[in-house]
Design a protein. Structure first.
Length: 358
């Protein structure tokens, strides 16, 4: 199998100059995280001297320093350096699903033209940490291909019904909100044709700054006009879940400061809060912890896969189920904040999972 990775590159150019300046934001981020240029140089496999030469070159370009030394406290980024790093974090989080979809599309096209290409299982699922980890583990399996495309929660089952994929990822809230989600999905399900595969649970809630300085503990607090919110895109399952929570609590989203400000991934809204551009967002706990934010749990979701029962007899699908059931996958979920393997790889009838109460 040929694997393709696509990464964004940051180039800066002044109006009067046709030459561009390449800035290594990962290198600057390592300085921010560790406070040591030596460690940042080691991580990017360059000499300490070359690292300082780059820093001075970048500072000359901006006519402002990006890094400053503090006696006895190591090295830190200047406000300009911090701004560049957080801009990179937000962009990467925002573009990651689109870039992974594009790389997957190219992988599939290229591998189909190679001799002895493996059987491919097409997976459509919303972007998330557990799905990414599963894809990573499956990449180590020889002779099996997984064509993973990120789509909205609402579109995955529609894609399965239209033969656009073999496995459809779906997440359902537990508790009082579950009946509405089940009703929305049932039109795409046939108990005679489909089966459900257990996968994980994940915690959903509010991402806030360390120490929760504004005391944000529920969605009602979002009505405070001084609190800046950043939302998910209207087509995402996370946005739908938030809107259901707001309706349940009698909160009008139109009265939330920043309700119309959107980002497209869990990591993107977390990066938005971490960079100081917002005070709170809604998403998975793993994204909050990734950006060193505090987290207020509000809802637990079940994340499952749906497929046609005939697929379960195929050899590639049996190997995917084996990976889901493996100790390695269970350990990976245990290490992921807010996630837990839940009947991973266990096959269930539609009626058992898509019922109105849980």
């Amino acid at each position: 199998m040929i694997r393709i990775e696509i990464e964004p590159v940051w180039r800066f150019r002044r109006d009067e100059d046709s030459a561009s300046m390449l800035i290594m934001l990962d290198f600057l981020n390592e300085i921010r995280a560790s406070g040591k240029i030596t460690r940042a140089a080691d991580e990017t496999r360059m000499s300490y001297r070359h690292a300082w030469n780059l820093i001075e070159k970048w500072s000359d370009f901006f006519n402002a320093p990006l890094v400053e030394r503090h006696r006895g406290r190591g090295t830190a980024l200047t406000p300009l350096g911090e701004k560049l790093v957080w801009a990179g974090q937000r962009l990467r989080a925002r573009l990651k699903p689109q870039l992974e979809n594009l790389s997957q599309e190219l992988e599939t096209e290229i591998n189909q033209l190679l001799p002895h290409h493996p059987s491919v299982i097409r997976v459509h699922a919303s972007h998330g940490f557990a799905v990414s980890k599963l894809r990573e583990l499956l990449a180590h399996e020889t002779g099996i291909g997984v064509d993973l495309r990120y789509v909205s929660n609402q579109m995955s089952l529609a894609s399965l019904a239209q033969d656009g994929c073999d496995l459809a990822g779906v997440h359902l809230p537990r508790g009082e909100l579950r009946p509405r989600s089940v009703a929305a999905f049932k039109e795409w399900l046939n108990p005679n044709l489909h089966r459900v595969i257990g996968f994980v649970t994940r915690e959903m809630g509010l991402m806030v700054k360390r120490g929760n300085p504004l005391g944000i503990g529920n969605v009602e607090r979002l009505l405070d006009a001084s609190i800046r919110f950043v939302n998910r895109d209207p087509d995402s399952g996370t946005r739908l879940l938030l809107d259901q929570l707001l309706a349940q609590r009698g909160v009008d989203g139109a009265h939330i400061n920043g309700y119309g400000q959107i980002e497209f991934t869990h990591a993107a809204v977390a990066a938005y809060v971490a960079s100081g551009m917002a005070d709170v967002s809604f998403g998975v706990e793993a994204a909050a912890r990734q950006f060193e934010l505090d987290f207020v749990r509000l809802v637990t979701e079940d994340y499952v896969f749906v497929c046609r029962k005939t697929l379960l007899e195929s050899e590639p699908m049996k190997r995917i189920l084996a990976v889901m059931r493996s100790d390695e996958f269970n350990a990976a979920m245990s290490a992921l904040p807010g996630y837990a393997a839940k009947d991973a790889g266990v096959i269930k009838p539609v009626q058992e999972v898509f019922r109105k109460a849980d």
